[in-house]
Design a binder for this molecule. Structure first.
Ligand code: PA5
Length: 416
């Protein structure tokens, strides 16, 4: 905690995320909201292009708060994602889908040189310009990138796109509370002021140096203690399918921050009760190297009761009249008891409801805990040198200029 606060630990030039909620100004939020409103006025679909930390935070919040079946189509806007894979069929289908839609592009890359989003941007920029002309396309494209470096910055300046800056001292996976996350979230019609207010509250709560009163420190200390006792895998659990992408965001945050120097808890996730019918067996009785952290939502936003049925063929009339969530909660408690009995330590992080404010709290809580946890593990939680290995090989295999030596070495290796 001290090293984070005083900036004396490894990677301390990437600690800008620590004070983002408190430091973000109302002018910055207003600029993001204004841009989002302008994009909504011109388009019905927004394609957010980015990979890793440049898309997972926005997707986590949007999927948690948007309608599961209509996204934000009811507010006249749908947000979809690209640039996080190189699937040719995905892009074929996306181009087909966008053909008759009024769409815009929010392209996000801190380095401005990442291959996956760059390919997606080439494809969709070409489509958009062919559909609406270069001038209108320029008004529907927003770029979020470095203040001065990288190909995306050069292109955005050249084409005159509206841009937002990713601060130098904030790494991709810690950037959801910068325009990287906030602009797409605002485009979806979600209240970013409430999101930041929740994060700000958690920043204040987690500022204390008292371990007992600091939830992020408690979580970080507990998971590290479990790791030392042989629990090598953490499973993040939800009982609300809308949290699926929140778990994906968390996996990147912890996986990239801690998995290095031959160390690190392996972060995995499950959606319950769905995955109780697929992974439940392993969790209950497989190798005892796991622990669980359940993200629990106390009250759903909507109320629904189990109907009564005259014939009662399924024998479920004992549930008639109960809220669907009561059944879900008993599944949650029953699972917790069973897993503890099965030797799976169980932690629980709970929020009263799923809304902007509490998601903001969860985001900051997990970020702060990740920083503390990485330092407890004695790694640099703010770099990701391992990500370069596949890129180097891919560039060599694709004969990228400058990779001639690597290319020769790989060809010789493949011939063996
Ligand atoms: O956390 C990180 O730094 C990474 O996951 C990056 O966000 C990801 O690799 C995308 O990089 P960029 O934004 O430079 O395109």
């Amino acid at each position: 905690m001290k090293s984070l606060k005083e900036g004396t630990g490894k990677g301390s030039d990437f600690l800008g995320w620590l004070n983002l909620p408190v430091e973000i100004t109302s002018e910055q939020l207003a600029d993001i909201e204004k841009t989002a409103a302008e994009l909504r006025a011109r388009t019905q679909v927004m394609v957010v292009i980015g990979i890793g930390g440049s898309y997972l935070g926005a997707r986590a919040v949007i999927e948690a708060l948007a309608d599961s079946f209509h996204n934000y189509e009811n507010t006249g806007m749908k947000v979809i994602f690209a640039g996080h894979n190189i699937g040719e069929d995905y892009y074929h289908e996306l181009i087909h889908y966008l053909q008759n839609k009024e769409f815009g592009i929010c392209v996000i890359s801190k380095s401005g040189t990442t291959t996956e989003p760059a390919i997606a941007f080439r494809l969709l920029k070409e489509l958009l310009e062919a559909k609406v002309g270069k001038e209108e396309a320029g008004k529907r494209i927003v770029a979020i990138t470095d203040a001065s470096k990288g190909a995306l910055r050069t292109l955005a300046d050249q084409e005159g796109y509206k841009t937002f800056v990713i601060p130098d001292n904030v790494g991709g996976r810690f950037s959801v509370l910068t325009p990287v996350g906030l602009l797409p979230i605002a485009v979806a019609g979600i209240d970013i002021e409430q999101l930041v207010a929740g994060a700000k509250k958690m920043e204040e709560v987690c500022a204390t140096e008292s371990l007992a009163e600091n939830p992020a420190a408690l979580y970080a200390a507990t998971r590290n203690e479990l790791y030392r006792s042989g629990k090598k895998i953490e499973i993040l659990v939800n009982f609300q399918p809308k949290l699926h992408y929140f778990m994906e965001w968390w996996k990147q945050l912890y996986g990239e921050s801690e998995g290095k120097d031959g160390k690190g808890i392996y972060p995995s996730s499950v959606d319950f009760s769905t995955d109780l019918h697929s992974m439940g067996q392993w969790i209950q009785q497989g190798e005892r190297t796991i622990f669980e952290t359940v993200v629990s939502v106390e009250t759903p936003n909507h109320e629904l009761h189990v109907p009564s049925d005259e014939e009662n063929l399924d024998g479920l009339n004992f549930l008639a009249g109960k809220r669907v969530d009561e059944v879900n909660k008993m599944a949650e408690l029953g699972t917790q008891l069973a897993h503890v009995d099965g030797g799976v330590p169980n932690m629980r992080v709970s929020v009263p409801v799923l809304n902007e404010y509490y998601l903001g709290q969860l985001i900051y809580f997990f970020e702060k805990a990740c920083g503390i946890s990485g330092y407890l593990l004695e790694v640099n939680p703010f770099n990701q040198p391992g990500v370069e290995a596949y890129k180097k090989n891919m560039y060599a295999l694709l004969n990228k200029p400058g990779y001639e030596k690597e290319s020769e070495a790989i060809q010789a290796r493949l011939k063996k």
